[in-house]
Write a protein that binds this ligand. Structure first.
Ligand code: SGN
Ligand code: CA
Length: 563
């Protein structure tokens, strides 16, 4: 394993990008160190990436452009499908049990004293900044400049936390729409940077996170398009043939969707008798974002969603919508429309960033990595949200663009994971000393730049663990692996196992764990699962069954990263 790592790395260092063979290329008069732009969205699903097919119906032209000019990864996965933990994995290049940030609500912030790629790049002379979504509770470390949302952040007129000139933390509310503000701040920072130094910029968008509030200018822009979409075939999943815990989950459009804050229906316009049909018990009314809007924004927002509500009421009265299934389908359309509308602004942001790099002749020396922070259910299994090792939640968008260095227009089938980004960036910056690289559990993605394929990424079991218990949507603690063909996992809370043959059952409707036909594969996967746990140094008591987990961060990962 170690040998393969070294060979791969050596081949890369000498051939692909010779300048990185040395530790500090810039000091040796070689080409400048590459700049890094990491764009992270919140809850962007692979299914709605808009780049997946050339003729994708999702109207996101700048994502199409990014895909045309870069490499799209079809098999890119997170490590823990929740915002804070996933970001901790990205920044540290290590799994949650190593970086100590296991869950959003673990009551202990991310320990910013541990090694992260921003800190390493900063030390190597990079100018670094992060804007927007951060969600790790402690102050960002490794960044020269940061302006972050408190917690989840808001869509309209959001607050930003930053350091005042006196070094004290300040919270400032800024007029505008979150996605546009984050883009503007990012581009301003680029404009004001010292051009003699390399930079690493993190653009952290809130969109398309719940409660899916689009920019006012984008309201209604894709309504007619969404009306032509069909919901996933398993929108009304009954969870037969699978562990009982899936049924207990609380993230269904049918039963756990708040009619005002999530669906944006206006209560006063829904007659009492119809309210019973459309309100999920316990998920009623309440809408914080409305209070953040200016009177004009509020009026435009209300006008748009009044029309949505009236049309639903009219269709219920006329009988156009009758059954529970009809109501669910309409709700799914509303969900899709709002979710995708928030992405219209992300699409603009991506376009503006690429334009900036092109116009300023930075593209050829800048790698842009676009990713989500996990996957998201778009009605598959009847769900929204994420948290599960199930495919839609585990798989996440990843596109990398670097003209001349990363082959354009390629759809890579390599098995990659978010913990790979940190070692990639550090290798690109020439700071891949054994000491640095031994803090990471991922692998540098550089061997994939030329063609999108490499033996080391072909069938690499990826480890996943989720620790909240029970958490907001009642998802249990579980961990497992994804191989090229199978998903294999243990639900610790209920001691149930699940295994999906993703080739035969891509929608993951049938647990084959106990099936005689798969007995040999179960054995093999069980072995791979235990191998992964030992390779990544997962303590025996994790994820644990219930109760609080408190893990002290560790960062000496050798030899786990030397796969
Ligand atoms: C909020 C959402 C949840 C979501 C978590 C975590 N509820 O609490 O639906 O799972 O964030 O999301 S909401 O009503 O407040 O929108 S994460 O992406 O930040 O991990
Ligand atoms: Ca998220």
């Amino acid at each position: 394993m170690m040998a393969r790592f070294i060979t791969t790395f050596a081949a890369f260092a000498s051939a692909a990008i010779g300048l990185f063979a040395q530790e500090k290329p810039a000091q040796q008069g070689l080409a400048p160190l590459p700049n890094i732009v990491l764009i992270i969205t919140d809850d962007h699903s692979y299914q709605t990436l808009g780049t997946c097919e050339k003729d994708s119906p999702v109207p996101l032209p700048n994502f199409h452009r990014l895909a045309d000019e870069g490499m799209v990864f079809d098999r890119s996965y997170c490590a823990n499908s929740l915002c804070g933990p996933s970001r901790a994995c990205i920044y540290t290049g290590r799994h949650s049990h190593m970086n100590g940030f296991l869950a959003n609500a673990q009551g202990k912030p991310f320990d910013g004293s541990q090694p992260t790629f921003p800190k390493m790049l900063q030390k190597a002379g990079y100018q670094t900044a992060v804007f927007g979504k951060w969600h790790l509770e402690s102050n960002p470390t490794g960044f020269d400049h940061w302006e972050i949302f408190p917690n989840q952040g808001s869509y309209y007129n959001p607050d930003f936390i930053s350091l005042a000139p006196n070094g004290k933390k300040q919270v400032l509310r800024e007029p505008g729409y979150a996605t546009e503000l984050v883009t503007k701040k990012s581009l301003n920072w680029l404009d004001q940077r010292d051009p003699s130094k390399p930079f690493m910029l993190v653009v952290g968008h809130k969109a398309p996170h719940r409660n899916w509030n689009p920019a006012i200018k984008n309201l209604g822009k894709i309504k007619s398009f969404v009306e032509k979409l069909n919901p996933p075939s398993n929108l009304e999943d009954n969870f037969d043939n699978r562990p009982g815990f899936l049924k207990k989950n609380q993230q269904s459009l049918q039963n756990h969707f708040a009619v005002w804050s999530d669906e944006h229906l206006i209560k006063e316009l829904i007659p009492q008798d119809l309210q019973k049909q459309i309100v999920c018990p316990g998920y009623g009314w309440g809408m914080g974002e409305l209070n953040r809007m200016s009177p004009q924004e509020k009026e435009a927002w209300l006008e748009y969603y009044r029309a949505r509500t009236k049309s639903l009421v009219a269709d219920l009265r006329s009988g156009k919508i009758k059954t529970k299934s009809d109501i669910l389908k309409r709700r799914w359309q509303h969900y899709m429309e709002d979710y995708l509308s928030t992405l219209l602004s992300v699409d603009e942001s991506v376009g503006e960033i690429i334009d900036y790099l092109d116009k300023n002749k930075l593209s050829e020396n800048t790698i842009v990595l676009y990713c989500g922070d996990q996957g998201f259910f778009m009605g598959e299994h009847g769900w929204y949200d994420k948290r599960w090792i199930l495919e839609e939640s585990f798989r996440m968008p990843l596109i990398m663009r670097w003209p001349g260095r990363i082959k354009a227009g390629v759809r890579s089938q390599a098995m990659v994971q978010e913990i790979d980004y940190a070692p990639t960036f550090c290798s690109l910056a020439g700071i891949n000393t054994p000491e640095n690289m031994n803090t990471f559990q991922g692998r540098s993605l550089i061997p994939l730049f030329k063609t999108g394929a490499d033996e080391a990424f072909a069938d690499r079991p990826l480890y996943y663990a989720f620790y909240e218990n029970p958490g907001e949507h009642n998802a249990p603690r579980h961990d497992g692996i994804r191989t090229q063909r199978y998903t294999f996992a243990r639900i610790w809370t209920s001691d149930e196992w699940m295994m999906f043959d993703n080739e035969k059952d891509p929608k993951q409707m049938n647990n084959v764990y106990g099936s005689a036909n798969y007995a040999q594969d179960v054995q093999k996967l069980n072995q791979l699962y235990h191998q992964a746990r030992s390779q990544y140094q997962v303590p025996d008591n994790l994820p644990g069954v219930r109760g609080k987990l408190d893990v002290t961060p560790r960062w000496n990962c050798a030899p786990a990263n030397a796969q």
